[in-house]
Unconditional design. Structure first.
Ligand code: ADP
Length: 866
C-alpha cells in the first residue's frame, strides 16, 4: 500500500497496509480495541455508505478514519453488503499487552452471496456460471441453508434458472464477464441485482471440480449424488463451494451434498413474471403476504420458495393437497400443529451460521429451543390420521441426545458473545461450578474483609474495585493519618486515598484466578457443545426442512380454511378451468366492495372451443384483474395450495408467461415499451402447447398503429405458430382485434351497466367483444366537466364516421371536425386540438382532470371570463 504524501509509516500502518494489499477489492475493517476502524479511501466510502463520522487518525488529517463499535459490527456490515461492497474483517488475534503491537489477521471475508445475518432477513445466495459452447453450467448455493444444486443447460434455460434463483453474487471465469454480465442483466438494464465476481478459469475445470468435491465430501464419485463425474456443472459447483470456504476461512461444513437442478420438476416463473404478479415483493400486499401464516422463519423461506418455484409434479402437488385437505377438514390437528410450530426458531440458519464460524451462543440457543419443540411438532403430525402428513418427519434422524445435551448445558438467556460469560447453565459442569463458587466466596470474603478491617482499624474503610487498579481499600481524607502500616497506597482520589494490603491482594488473586478458570472452562465446554452440533448438522438440516414443510402446509391450510379456498383437481390434461375465481390479494384488501368472481375456461384439447381469449372492455373495468387472477390461481394450484374459487380443474402447466404492464421500470433505465417488447419476445420464443400465456395490453407503450399491429401479430403468432394449441388470455383496448378471424380466438369482455346516469363497471366477464371503448364515459366518471365530455362525444362520433386508416393525421382531422363557430380562432383551435388528440383510454383520471382544468382556463380566457 502506498501511503499518501507526508504520512509517516508506523508499525500499525505497516500492518494495516499488508492486509489491505491482500484484500484490495474489500473494505478492510481493522480491529482496534472496541472498534473496527477503516482508513483512507475505505473510510470515506464507509462513512458515506453508513452515514458515520469521518475523522482522522492524525492531526494533519492525512489519514482519514471511520469506525464502528465491535459489538455492532453485524448491523453495519449488513448495510455495507446491501450496498454491494465486500468486507474483510481483520481482527486482533493476540491480547494487547501495552508494549508490543497486537497481532491481527483477516478472519473472514463477507460478500453479498455469503452473508447470513443473525437477526435480519437474507440467506446469502451465491451462483457460479461457466459457459462452454452453447451450454452453460451453473451452480446455485444458498449459504444460509446449505442447499446446493448444479446442472448444465442451454443458454436461455440457464439464464431463466439463475434469475429465478435471484443470486446476490455470481462467480464467473475471467474472460466470460462480457458474455455473462449483459446476459444476466437484461439487454438494457439490470433485471436482478447481483455482484459479479471474476475467478480464475481453472477453478471452473469440470474434472478438477469433480475430484475436489468428491474429496471434500469423502466419497468416491459424485454419481451417488446424481451428478455425472464428467458433468461440466461439477466445475461451477466446486468454484462456488471453494469460494464459500475461502471467504469463510473453512466454514462450509453445512454444505455436505449437491443435487442436480431439475427444472423439469419446476414451473419456471421468470423474474418479470414474479415481479409483475407481485408474488413476494410488492409495494402493497403480495401473494406471499396473504398466504403467510407461517410460525417459523424456515417456513416463511420455504413458502417463498414454493410461490416462486411451483411444482410441475402431479404427485408432489397432490401430496401437499392431501395434507392441506386433512388440516382444513379438522380444526383440532391444525391448531395443535401451528401451536407446536410456534416455539421453533430458525434452526436451519443457526446451524449454517455455526458451520460458517460466524455463529455465537445465541445460535446454539436457537438450535436448543427448536430441538426442544421438535417432539411436539412430530407428535402433532404423527398423531394425525393423514398418512402424507405423518410421512413428513419419517426421515428425520433421532436428535434426542443433542437435544438433551443442549437443554442441560446452556443457560436460559444467552449472550451474543461467549466472552460475556454465563453461557453454561449452573449444575452442568462441576469444575465450572467450583470456579463460580470461588467467586461467590470471594465476594463474601470481601464483605467480611471489609467488616474486619473496620473493626481492626476503627476507620470506616470501603472496599471496592477499579478497572485499572483492581481491588482497593478506600479511606476518607479525615482518616488519612490513621491508616495502619500494612496498607500500601495505590491512588489518591477526590474523597480520600486508596490502598491495598496482602490479604486483599490474596482475595484478588483468587478472584482473578477463578474468573480466568470460568472463561477458560466455558470456552472448552462451548467448543465441545459446538462440536456436537457440528456432528449433527445434516440431521438438524433434515429436521429443519421437515419443520418448514409442516409449517407451510399448516399455513396454507389455515388460509384455505379462513378464505374458503377449494382443492383444485390436477390432472394431465391441458384444461384450465376455474369457476368463480377470485383474486387472492384484492379480495382480502378491498373489503368494502365484495370481489366479483369470474369463470375462466380454456381447453386446447377441445377443437370446438377457442383457447386464446381476447378480453376487451374499458379502462378500469377489471381486465387486468381477471388476467392476474388466472395467473395467481394457476400458481397457487401448482404450489399444492388450495385456490380462491368455487371449483377448479387444471392440467399441469409447464410455464406461465406474463406480460403485465404494472411496473415502472423507467428507474432502471428502460423505457416501458422496451420492457414490454423484451418480455414479449421472451414469451414468443419459449411458449409451448402446455403453457399459460397472459398478455395485458401488449403494444400500449407505443403509438396506436404500431401498438395495434404488434398486438395483432402477437395474437396471430400464438394462434398459428405455436406447435399444438396453447392457452392464452389477451387483454386489449384495441377494439379492432376482436374482428380478427383466427380459429382459436374467443372474445370475452367486461360487462358494463349503461343507464341514463352513465356507466357502471360490473367487473363481470361475459362472452363476446365489448361494444365500444367507453373512453368518453370513463372521462365523465373521472369528473371531466360536461362541456368537454359532450364535445369529446361529438368528435368521437365524427371520427367514427370516417375511416381512421384513410386519414392518419389527427392534427388535420381535428381541424376538419372543429366546431364551426370557433373556426378561425387560433387559441380556440388550440383547445380543440388538444382535446381531439387526447386519448382517454390512455389517460389516468388525474391526467384527465389536469387536462380539464387546463382547457377550462383556456376557454374562460377565450370567452373573456375571469
Ligand atoms: P382494467 O385492467 O380493465 O383497466 P383493472 O383490472 O385494473 O381494470 O381493475 C380496475 C379496478 O376494479 C381495480 O381497482 C380493481 O380492484 C377493481 N376490480 C377489478 N376486477 C374486480 C372484480 N372482479 N371484483 C371487484 N373489483 C374488481
Amino acid at each position: 500500500m502506498k501511503l499518501p504524501e507526508g504520512v509517516k509509516m508506523t508499525p500499525m500502518l505497516k500492518q494495516y497496509g499488508e492486509w489491505k494489499d491482500l484484500y484490495p477489492d474489500c473494505l478492510l475493517m481493522f480491529r482496534m480495541g472496541d472498534f473496527f476502524e477503516l482508513f483512507f479511501d475505505d473510510a470515506v466510502t464507509a462513512s458515506e455508505a453508513l452515514d458515520i463520522t469521518l475523522t482522522a487518525r492524525d492531526p494533519d488529517k492525512a489519514i482519514p478514519m471511520a469506525g464502528v463499535p465491535h459489538h455492532a459490527l453485524d448491523a453495519y456490515m449488513g448495510r455495507l453488503i446491501a450496498a454491494g461492497y465486500r468486507v474483510a474483517i481483520c481482527d486482533q488475534i493476540t491480547e494487547p499487552d501495552g508494549k508490543t503491537l497486537v497481532e491481527r489477521s483477516v478472519v473472514r471475508v463477507v460478500t453479498p452471496g455469503t452473508y447470513v445475518p443473525q437477526d435480519a432477513e437474507g440467506e446469502g445466495r451465491l451462483a457460479a456460471v461457466y459457459s462452454s459452447g452453447d451450454s452453460v453450467s451453473i451452480a446455485l448455493l444458498t449459504s444460509g441453508t446449505g442447499k446446493f444444486e448444479a446442472g448444465t443447460f442451454p443458454r436461455d434455460e440457464a439464464v431463466s434458472l439463475i434469475l429465478a434463483f435471484g443470486p446476490e453474487e455470481i462467480l464467473m471465469p475471467k474472460g466470460q464477464e462480457g458474455d455473462f454480465i449483459p446476459m444476466l442483466s437484461g439487454e438494457a438494464g439490470p433485471r436482478g441485482k447481483f455482484a459479479p465476481v471474476s475467478r480464475e478459469r481453472g477453478e471452473f475445470s469440470p474434472s478438477y471440480g469433480a475430484d475436489w468435491l468428491a474429496k471434500r465430501w469423502n466419497i468416491s464419485t459424485l454419481r451417488a449424488m446424481g451428478l455425472e463425474d464428467a458433468d461440466p456443472a461439477a466445475g461451477a459447483a466446486a468454484a462456488a463451494l471453494r469460494y464459500l470456504e475461502e471467504t469463510q476461512f473453512g466454514g462450509g461444513g453445512h454444505v455436505h451434498e449437491i443435487r442436480p437442478i431439475q427444472p423439469e420438476g419446476i414451473l419456471i416463473l421468470d423474474h418479470a413474471t414474479q415481479a409483475n404478479l407481485e408474488l413476494v415483493e410488492a409495494v402493497g400486499p403480495s401473494l406471499y403476504s396473504v398466504l403467510n401464516r407461517c410460525r417459523t422463519p424456515m417456513g416463511r423461506r420455504l413458502l417463498k420458495d414454493w410461490i416462486t418455484h411451483p411444482s410441475k409434479s402431479r404427485d408432489m402437488i397432490e401430496f401437499r393437497q392431501d395434507c392441506i385437505e386433512y388440516l382444513v377438514s379438522d380444526n383440532f390437528p391444525r391448531k395443535k400443529l401451528s401451536a407446536a410450530l410456534s416455539s421453533c426458531g430458525d434452526m436451519e440458519r443457526a446451524v449454517s451460521r455455526l458451520a460458517m464460524k460466524v455463529g455465537n451462543p445465541r445460535d446454539l440457543g436457537v438450535v436448543r429451543d427448536t430441538l426442544l419443540s421438535l417432539p411436539g411438532v412430530i407428535e402433532a403430525t404423527s398423531s394425525s390420521e393423514s398418512e402424507p402428513l405423518r410421512s413428513i418427519f419419517a426421515d428425520v434422524p433421532d436428535l434426542s441426545e443433542l437435544r438433551e445435551l443442549l437443554g442441560m448445558a446452556l443457560s436460559d438467556e444467552l449472550p451474543r458473545l461467549l466472552s460475556a460469560g454465563g453461557v453454561i447453565r449452573e449444575g452442568f459442569d462441576p469444575e465450572l461450578d467450583a470456579s463460580r463458587d470461588a467467586i461467590t466466596h470471594a465476594e463474601e470474603n470481601l464483605k467480611s474483609f471489609e467488616a474486619s478491617e473496620r473493626e481492626r482499624t476503627g476507620i470506616k474503610v470501603k472496599v471496592g474495585i477499579n478497572r485499572v487498579f483492581g481491588y482497593y481499600i478506600e479511606v476518607g481524607k479525615s482518616f488519612a493519618d490513621k491508616v495502619p502500616d500494612d496498607y500500601i497506597r495505590r491512588q489518591t482520589v477526590a474523597n480520600g486515598e486508596r490502598f491495598v494490603n496482602e490479604r486483599l491482594k490474596d482475595i484478588e488473586r483468587r478472584v482473578y484466578r477463578a474468573e480466568h478458570e470460568i472463561s477458560r472452562r466455558e470456552e472448552t465446554l462451548y467448543k465441545e457443545i459446538f462440536s456436537s452440533v457440528m456432528a449433527s448438522v445434516a440431521a438438524c438440516q433434515t429436521a429443519s426442512r421437515a419443520i418448514a414443510t409442516a409449517d407451510v402446509l399448516s399455513s396454507l391450510a389455515e388460509v384455505a380454511y379462513d378464505n374458503s379456498y377449494v382443492r383444485p383437481m390436477i390432472d394431465d390434461s391441458r384444461i384450465f378451468s376455474v369457476m368463480g375465481a377470485r383474486h387472492p390479494v384484492i379480495e382480502r384488501t378491498h373489503t368494502t366492495t365484495p370481489f366479483t368472481p369470474n369463470d375462466i375456461s380454456l381447453d386446447p384439447d377441445n377443437a370446438n372451443s377457442g383457447c386464446i381469449a381476447v378480453i376487451t372492455g374499458p379502462n378500469m373495468a377489471g381486465k387486468s384483474t381477471y388476467l392476474r387472477t388466472s395467473a395467481l390461481v394457476a400458481i397457487m394450484a401448482h404450489m399444492g395450495s388450495f385456490v380462491p374459487a368455487e371449483e377448479a380443474r387444471i392440467g399441469v402447466i409447464d410455464r406461465i408467461f406474463t406480460r403485465i404492464g404494472a411496473r415502472d421500470e423507467l428507474s432502471l433505465g428502460r423505457s416501458t415499451f422496451m420492457v414490454e417488447m423484451v418480455e414479449t419476445a421472451d414469451i414468443l420464443r419459449h411458449v409451448t402447447a402446455r403453457s399459460l400465456v397472459i398478455l395485458d395490453e401488449v403494444g400500449r407503450g407505443t403509438s396506436t398503429y404500431d401498438g395495434m399491429s404488434i398486438a395483432w401479430a402477437v395474437l396471430e403468432f400464438l394462434d398459428l405458430h405455436v406447435e399444438g394449441r396453447t392457452k392464452a388470455l389477451f387483454a386489449t383496448h384495441y377494439h379492432e382485434l376482436t374482428d380478427l378471424s383466427l380459429p382459436q380466438l374467443v372474445n370475452l369482455s367486461m360487462a358494463v351497466d349503461e343507464s341514463v346516469d352513465g356507466i357502471r363497471f360490473l367487473h363481470k366477464v361475459v362472452e363476446g367483444p365489448a361494444d365500444r371503448s367507453y373512453g368518453v364515459e370513463v372521462a365523465r366518471l373521472a369528473g371531466v366537466p360536461n362541456i368537454v365530455v359532450r364535445r369529446s362525444q361529438e368528435i368521437l362520433d365524427e371520427l367514427e364516421r370516417e375511416s381512421l386508416s384513410s386519414d392518419r393525421n389527427l392534427g388535420a382531422m381535428s381541424k376538419k371536425y372543429a366546431q364551426k363557430e370557433i373556426f378561425f380562432d387560433v387559441e380556440r383551435e388550440g383547445v380543440i386540438e388538444e382535446l381531439s388528440q387526447c386519448d382517454p383510454n390512455q389517460m389516468t383520471p388525474m391526467e384527465a382532470l389536469d387536462m380539464v382544468f387546463r382547457l377550462r382556463q383556456k376557454s374562460r380566457g377565450i370567452l373573456g371570463l375571469k
